[in-house]
Design a binder for this molecule. Structure first.
Ligand code: NAD
Length: 258
């Protein structure tokens, strides 16, 4: 079998948190093109249903849409039960849901701090933990977490200390789980995207005005597109990455190189 054939995901069962739109939707589309069945998991159930239907119509795979707040352990566990009941197993978890808040540290309330940490870090822990339990029972699986280049650098000029701290936490959580589950054939990796054009950036009132500035700072002179994160995730989800665990993959157009 050639390498491209080996990279296909036919029959794999995958859930994607924050899968309704943006990076999650784009990566879910790539998983679907590669032949996997997909559960779109999101707080926004209307958009999740639309995405799940689109993937089913375009790629002839099985899909489901599940409303889940990743900060809520009961909802996360119920989501995993639904995926396993519907698909029969779970091969890949893409723990990707996240938000950003741009607030100066000295003005940030406890609630604002907690909201970002709860979604971006605790949410990844809860979904990865629930997925890991199933994968350990099954004898293996692959978990991909979305960190950010903000785990590696401090973005400027916008103040976003909670986001940066949450994403740095995602990388160290990823490495910790990779070590704990290395002997159980459960691989855990993260991706660290640079600025990517999605609702989070293009339509955020605080971030949109900064795009020109970021592009001036960017070695490639532009933001990334969600589809530029697809192939790394297909690789991590599939069977050609069996020696890849505990790694973080920067996909940032060299933004963090200087
Ligand atoms: P987005 O806002 O377009 O999509 C995020 C999705 O997550 C939405 O569908 C939203 O409904 C869902 N979501 C939010 N809170 C949730 C919760 N509590 N439970 C379940 N779902 C929830 O954002 P995006 O740009 O696609 O970002 C996806 C991930 O990529 C995030 O973790 C983000 O931090 C990360 N990231 C984005 C960029 C970028 O420049 N866009 C760069 C680096 C990392």
């Amino acid at each position: 079998m050639g390498i491209i054939e080996k990279m296909r995901l036919d029959g794999k069962k995958i859930f994607v948190t924050g899968g309704a739109r943006g990076i999650g939707k784009s990566v879910a589309t790539a998983f679907a093109e590669a032949g996997a069945d997909i559960a779109i998991v999101d707080v926004d159930i209307e958009e999740a249903r639309k995405t799940a239907q689109e993937l089913k119509d375009q790629h002839g795979i099985s899909t489901m849409a599940i409303q889940t707040d990743v900060t809520n352990p009961e909802q996360v566990n119920a989501m995993i039960d639904q995926v396993v009941a519907g698909f029969g197993r779970l091969d890949v978890a893409f723990c990707n849901a996240g938000i950003c808040m741009n607030i100066p540290a000295e003005e940030m309330t406890y609630e604002q701090w907690k909201k970002v940490i709860d979604i971006n870090l605790t949410g990844v822990f809860l979904t990865a933990q629930a997925a890991g339990k199933i994968m350990i029972q099954q004898g293996g699986g692959s978990i991909i977490n979305t960190a950010s280049m903000s785990a590696h650098i401090v973005n400027v000029p916008q103040p976003q200390c909670s986001y940066n701290a949450s994403k740095a936490g995602v990388i160290q959580l990823t490495k910790s789980l990779a070590i704990e589950w290395a002997g159980k054939n459960v691989r855990v990796n993260s991706i660290s995207p640079g600025y990517i054009g999605t609702e989070l950036t293009l339509n955020s009132p605080s971030l949109k005005p900064l795009i020109e500035k970021w592009n001036e700072m960017a070695p490639l002179g532009r933001m990334g597109r969600p589809e530029e994160l697809q192939s790394i995730c297909v690789y991590l989800a599939g069977d050609t990455s069996t020696f890849t665990t505990g790694s973080d993959f920067l996909v940032d157009g060299a933004f963090t190189c200087f």
